[in-house]
Design a protein around this ligand. Structure first.
Ligand code: SAM
Ligand code: SF4
Length: 330
């Protein structure tokens, strides 16, 4: 079988597939003014048929995992048609999603029934007021109930992500609150270090905290570093026998972060992005128009990989063409 490999020997079995840029939340680091259509980009989002063709081609390239993301993927009216198709009509073994969880309570059963293999839910604070201030929505309790519903269905692979933010969730007390949350919950909780994007420089300057402070907390509190398995992705995980859940850390500014890169991104408008913070995006949309184009599409994706660079330049403030993560698929 053909597979996706770059000139540095890295393999790419994992695709983050954005299906919309639209989001109903207003997270301060991502879309502080809420979603606004970019008047310069008149292209529509990929249709369910285009996504279906794309995913079938990717499965022929050895892709083992696809994560549906956005924007908020569940705002799409045809979200379940897309999910069902990716899950049932392609040979991708693992189909997961990232969501802000705002309608989790309502859709948990359907997600379980479709056979979703994992879910990442973003919760930056377990304090209701802080959550509301950060996202513009008083939905924390609903989201937590949604998680309970999933657990009641015995849904296995639940991860919660929070962006580490100065003065918002970066104190020992905040870390304890998350620790209490995973003590009896079999949930992987991960902090993501805040990344600078094209639109968030002021917020970044004010709120960025190095991931090390959480690492120090973990090491001080007897959490033990768990070695990563193959294709494990960028999170470093920590375990503690007294807790059902795990802690993790995604530190994009760390020295060797890009060495283990195993993912490519495809935007909702059908651009292949080799790096979240790269300067190029190649449209593959014209090759998603009919089933006969599959070979051409596969060739294009393989040839693009030769252009993938060793590392991003984020530490130099080069955010590439990413204005915010909702537009690229975080
Ligand atoms: N709307 C969904 C959600 O929030 O989970 C999916 C898309 S969102 C862009 C994906 C993830 O990116 C979320 O966990 C979010 O917190 C994270 N994110 C967004 N902007 C970020 C930034 N500037 N730095 C670090 N993480 C960011
Ligand atoms: Fe929406 Fe996710 Fe961005 Fe928050 S992080 S504004 S939920 S896309």
């Amino acid at each position: 079988m053909r597979e996706l490999q770059d000139t540095f020997g890295r393999k790419f079995p994992y695709i983050r597939l954005s299906i919309t840029d639209v989001c109903n939340f207003r997270c301060s680091y991502c879309l502080p003014q809420g979603y606004k259509k970019n008047p310069r980009d008149i292209r529509s989002f990929m249709s369910a048929d285009e996504i279906s063709r794309l995913v079938k081609a990717l499965s022929e390239l050895g892709v083992k995992k696809i994560r549906l993301t956005g924007g908020e993927p569940t705002v799409r009216k045809d979200f379940f048609d897309i999910l069902k198709d990716v899950k049932q009509n392609s040979n991708i073994p693992k189909v997961t999603m990232t969501t802000n969880g705002y309608q989790l309570k309502k859709i948990a059963k359907q997600l379980y029934e479709v056979g979703l293999d994992g879910i990442n839910i973003s919760i930056d604070s377990l304090n209701r007021e802080t959550f509301k201030n950060l996202t513009g929505h008083d939905r924390l309790l609903d989201i937590l109930e949604g998680i309970k519903t999933l657990q009641g269905l015995n849904f296995k692979n639940i991860k919660v992500n929070a962006v580490l933010l100065k003065g918002i969730n970066d104190t020992e007390k905040d870390f304890e609150a998350f620790a209490n949350f995973i003590e009896n919950n079999k949930i992987d909780f991960r902090f993501i270090e805040l990344m600078e994007t094209g639109d968030n420089l002021e917020f970044f300057k004010k709120n960025h905290v190095p991931a090390k402070i959480f690492k120090d907390y973990l090491e001080k509190n007897k959490w033990v570093y768990q070695t990563n398995g193959r294709d494990a992705g960028p999170a470093i995980n920590y375990i503690n026998p007294e807790f059902k859940g795990k802690f993790g850390l995604i530190a994009p500014y760390s020295k060797d972060f890009c060495k283990t890169c195993n993912r490519l991104r495809i935007t909702a408008r059908g651009d292949l992005r080799l790096c979240l913070f790269g300067n190029t995006g190649t449209s593959i949309r014209h090759l998603l128009q009919n089933d006969d184009q599959k070979e051409e599409l596969v060739d294009l994706v393989i040839s693009q990989l030769r252009l993938k660079k060793a590392s991003h330049q984020l530490e130099l403030g080069d955010t590439g063409i990413t204005p915010n993560l909702s537009s690229t698929g975080g």
